[in-house]
Design a protein. Sequence first.
Length: 271
Amino acid sequence: MAMLAMAVALVAIALRRRWLALDGRPGLGWLVSPMHLMAMCVATWLAGGVATLVAARALGLAGTIDPESLTVREAAIVTAAAMGAGMVVAIGLILWMRRVQLVPRAGTAPVRSIALGVAALVAWWPAVASAGWIAGQLQRAATGIDPPAIGHSTLEQMVQGPRDAWWWLMGLSAVVLAPILEECLYRGFVQQALRRAGLGPWAAVLLTSAVFTLMHVGSVPEGARAASLTSLAVLSCCFGWLAERTGSLVAPVAAHVAFNLGNLVVATAFA
């Protein structure tokens, strides 16, 4: 309840001081058509999908890949291949757009953007945690089922697995590769495509957050979906707000990295 009270107080202060206002913000200012941005999104996903298939075949895995049936070694290799390939393609496309002057340079220095990203995550955290707690309480009242302590299949696998080289590779994928890839995809390609299509900043943030949340359904255990997905939706709004507020992907990437790292540290420390 203390976290909920803190969240309500912080939201009230943010609204009063208009910290959440994005009126007049150009977003990232990318001069690319919505169609081309969505094509880049598809190209990034295809790169990750092809890398997944190549890695799976190299490991001798046939048929549909069930993440829950993979060993830590197999999951680490497949995940790193998918995330790495997608990240390389996404960053390559963004660098190409910058080279041809379709992407302006961010007005906020990278170091300051990183600090803003981490600070924003801390400020948004009470709202993220409270949203998940409320959803978990509603689930308990409706079904009698308590949400599990760990709400992500990757975290579950890492908590249970040995701390070997493959564990660290999976950790690298979760803490570094995934945040960079996902922020390029969602806050970069998807959110900016919506902005270029004429949506306002908060409409684009909310719609992108809905897509972001739905794309994580498969990686969240069934009993944890109410709490985890609700928290992810609010967290995604934080990332989207940061992108619009700072005009850069550096801040949301920093916040995303800090969130994933914090989750991993807490999950493994108290397992």
